[in-house]
Design a protein around this ligand. Structure first.
Ligand code: ADP
Length: 225
């Protein structure tokens, strides 16, 4: 579902952010990108929705070579990718419901469908009871779950998260990671950047470890090829 082949990335005037990175996530697979700050995790994630382009190599999403994707197809690619950030980027002046509904509203989803789809997403992250709340009245773990509901409300086949537990304590982090596992079990291909190696190891998930822009370990490398 997501395939990188010998990918390199160099930002203008910088050293290489990624070097000869190859990896493959099958549909419904859950993978964690780990490594120290500056290892290239965010850069790798940003290649998948074409927020950045590789300097070398090839990135494929759903069998499509992104290097050959027509510019007008980029919005369509991005519609199929849910993105979650550390700082969740919720709109403070809108309710939880409206925050989660936003991607549907932008996509022109008919009004009568909004309620059903927003509630289905809120139910998956166990926040139905807060649909009328303002985000700032929720805990940081709950706010992050609103961000996850917003990312999955259009049922994208791919989910990407960049340090989604960066601000959370260990118990809440484990809870959020369990949510991601559930989405992957529903068939969503999920790639998560985190510095929390201990948590990933404890949960026993696939770990792709980056250092200095290279993949230095991949616990599923033998299955992946
Ligand atoms: P990580 O997510 O693992 O912390 P990043 O992908 O953010 O790593 O960064 C990898 C390298 O690329 C770092 O050396 C960083 O300074 C550089 N880098 C990241 N984004 C940019 C950018 N927009 N412009 C220039 N250099 C960048």
């Amino acid at each position: 579902m997501i395939r990188l082949e010998a990918v390199g990335k160099r930002y203008p005037g910088e050293r290489d952010a990624l070097r000869q990175v190859s990896l493959h996530l099958r549909p419904g697979e859950l993978g964690f990108l780990t490594g120290p700050s500056g290892a290239g995790k965010s850069t790798l994630l940003r290649l998948i929705p074409l927020l950045e382009r590789p300097s070398q190599g090839r990135v494929e999403v759903g069998g499509v070579d992104l290097g050959r994707l027509a510019r007008r197809r980029i919005p369509y690619l991005r519609r199929g990718i849910g993105m979650i950030f550390q700082d969740h980027r919720l709109l403070a002046d809108r309710t939880v419901f409206d925050n989660v509904a936003l991607p549907l509203v932008i996509a022109g989803t008919p009004r009568r469908e909004l309620g059903r789809r927003v509630r289905a997403a809120l139910d998956k992250v166990d926040l139905l009871r807060y649909e009328r709340a303002q985000p700032e009245t929720l805990s940081s773990g709950e706010q992050q779950r609103v961000g996850i509901a917003r990312a999955v409300v259009r049922r994208p086949p791919v989910l990407l998260a960049d340090e989604p537990t960066g601000n959370l304590d260990p118990a809440l982090s484990a809870e959020i990671m369990t949510l991601f596992r559930r989405f992957s079990e529903l068939g969503v291909t999920t790639l998560i950047a985190t510095h929390d190696v201990a948590l990933v190891e404890r949960l026993g998930h696939r770990r792709i470890s980056l250092s200095g822009g290279r993949v230095v370990a991949d616990t599923a490398a033998t299955e992946a090829h």
